[in-house]
Write a protein that binds this ligand. Structure first.
Ligand code: G3P
Ligand code: CA
Length: 240
């Protein structure tokens, strides 16, 4: 079972910051996951929420601010004073951290509340400029975006994200050409996911921060887990 650092090494460092990504890049793990949104001036930035309220000392939606405006705020002190001065990273800055590693990079296209016109294309262009098309996995809860990624870049690995799974996933994959299924921890033990695993679908599970759940998923045979605690999970796998 592979390990993917969720939002960088986010248990130890402020999520989705360069510090969290540099820490994840040093670990011998399968990959890293992060979330992207689009600024008012069409820059792809790495942050989880639509707004900067929770993870910075500012307020407002990413879509309403330019990159220069977003850079005025601090994205580390909410986590700990020690990380004061972290800025919101651009996608390019994060790709630069990983382009000389052999880690897989899972870019989650966010569109839970707002839809960002052209986000798929911009992300693919930046990934290509770094020569990382084989290194990335592009996922989204918005399966129309997954479809557009599949159309724009058929060779890039894409994944459909699910918070709840209530349908036959193998049938669904005939409609949405997702190469992998990224499912929530509660969904992972449900029948549709079990059936998909038995039919060799690539299933990855988020967010797994407790050994007792990792243990269940290891037995089920999932491909990978997303975790905020990559070192703890590495140790668990090594001692297995
Ligand atoms: O990509 C897996 C996971 O990150 C999806 O949920 O809310 O943490 O982005 P969330
Ligand atoms: Ca995510």
């Amino acid at each position: 079972m592979k390990i993917i650092a969720h939002r960088g090494y986010s248990a130890k460092y402020p999520e989705n910051t360069l510090t969290a990504f540099r820490a994840a890049a040093k670990l011998p793990i399968y990959g890293v996951e992060f979330d992207v949104h689009l600024t008012k001036d069409h820059q792809v930035v790495v942050i989880h929420d639509e707004s900067i309220d929770r993870t910075s000392n500012g307020i407002g939606f990413v879509k309403d601010m330019t990159l220069e405006e977003l850079r005025r705020y601090d994205y580390g002190s909410w986590f700990s004073k020690e990380y004061t001065g972290e800025v919101i990273p651009t996608l390019s800055e994060v790709l630069a951290v990983f382009c000389h590693t052999n880690q897989r990079i899972n870019i989650e296209l966010k569109s839970d509340i707002f839809s960002y016109e052209g986000l798929e294309k911009l992300v693919l262009q930046e990934v290509e400029s770094f020569g990382m098309m084989d290194q990335v996995i592009i996922s989204s809860f918005n399966h129309e975006m997954v479809q557009r990624v599949a159309k724009l870049a058929p060779d890039v690995e894409n994944a459909a994200l699910f918070a709840n799974v209530v349908l036959n996933l193998n049938e669904y994959q005939k409609i949405i050409p997702a190469k992998a299924l990224h499912v929530s921890l509660p969904s992972a033990v449900r029948q549709p996911v079990q059936e998909a695993i038995l039919k060799d679908s690539l299933v990855r599970v988020y967010t797994v921060n407790e050994i007792k759940y990792a243990d269940v998923l290891l037995k089920i045979g999932v491909d990978a887990i997303f975790t905020d605690e990559p070192e703890m999970m590495m140790e668990y796998i090594l001692n297995k």
